[in-house]
Design a protein around this ligand. Structure first.
Ligand code: SAM
Length: 279
């Protein structure tokens, strides 16, 4: 059988292997082949790619990736889904040697059997931000990717200073990559139909702004600034800096106004404050 998965086949596989989609694992499966092809296209997947998919589920997106990428590596926590995937791939006449299934919680993955070059995933909604940040951090070979997330989360990932959606995920993601919106996806293409809207976010990696020690320090500053986002920076960072006066001094030395708020700063501002902290 060639072609991608359709709605009827998805339900048939789920019923056969006894999968009742759960909210806990964010199991909303894409039942529309055109949407899968559109996502893969928007990720600019090419023939030489090793595509990484987090949460392949019943395989809708996996098959669309196999239509183009040289190799596809998937990380799936649900053992029944992970065990069924190779059979679905074979039934659809794709070469099983091009698929690597890792049955594991993606939040614990530190290494993979193959170095991935592009990430394409309909992410489990409850862990979408931490899992995306984790994979950008752990897998520097990922040059770009497109992920589907809850629209609210997408707004946060691509937000810029001054917007109400701008927060710690928006800044942290820019440590590794340029983030941009890549379109919306209607609810009706999922089974079961979710009660939230979904959007696509694209990332394109750029050179990291510093080493790991500087990143960790910068992320501490970002966390502190947004933990109390209505506070002026000198207040929000006072615990981290050893008091409000010390915070003012450090922030000023970094060339930032200590009475401003974290939501007005870009990553380079946070990095300069973190660099002052390490002196
Ligand atoms: N890619 C499929 C699709 O688009 O139809 C399924 C996407 S569904 C939104 C999320 C998938 O992630 C499910 O298959 C779920 O079992 C899996 N998942 C949930 N939590 C996970 C985790 N911590 N690590 C790996 N996979 C996870």
């Amino acid at each position: 059988m060639s072609g991608l998965l359709g709605a009827a086949e998805i339900r048939e596989i789920a019923a056969r292997i006894g999968v009742n989609p759960t909210k806990k694992l964010g199991q909303n499966f894409v039942v529309d082949a055109n949407t899968c092809r559109r996502i893969v296209k928007s990720a600019d997947v090419v023939e030489s790619d090793v595509a990484l998919e987090i949460g392949p589920g019943l395989g809708s997106l996996t098959l669309a990736l196999l239509e183009i990428a040289k190799e596809v590596v998937v990380v799936e926590i649900d053992e029944r889904l992970a065990a069924e995937l190779p059979q679905t791939v074979e039934r659809h006449d794709f070469d099983l040697n091009r698929l690597t299934v890792v049955t594991q919680d993606a939040m614990t993955v530190d290494s993979l059997p193959l170095a991935p070059t592009v990430l394409v995933a309909n992410l489990p909604y409850n862990i979408s931000v931490p899992v995306l940040l984790r994979f950008m951090e752990k897998f520097p070979t990922l040059r770009s990717g497109v992920v589907m997330v809850q629209s609210e989360v997408a707004d946060r990932l691509v937000a810029t200073p001054g917007s109400k959606n701008y927060g710690s995920p928006s800044v942290k993601a820019t440590w590794w990559a340029d983030m941009s919106p890549a379109g919306t996806v209607g609810r009706s293409i999922f089974w079961p139909v979710p009660n939230v809207d979904s959007s696509l976010v694209r990332f394109v990696r750029h050179e990291a702004a510093g080493d790991e020690a500087l990143r960790l320090k910068t992320f501490d500053v970002i966390d502190a600034a947004f933990a109390q986002r209505r506070k002026m920076l000198r207040g929000a960072l006072s615990e981290l800096c050893g008091g409000s006066a010390a915070a003012s001094e450090i922030i000023t030395a970094a060339g930032v106004d200590p009475t401003t708020r974290g939501e007005a700063l870009l990553l380079p501002d946070f990095i300069r404050i973190a660099s002052q902290l390490s002196l």
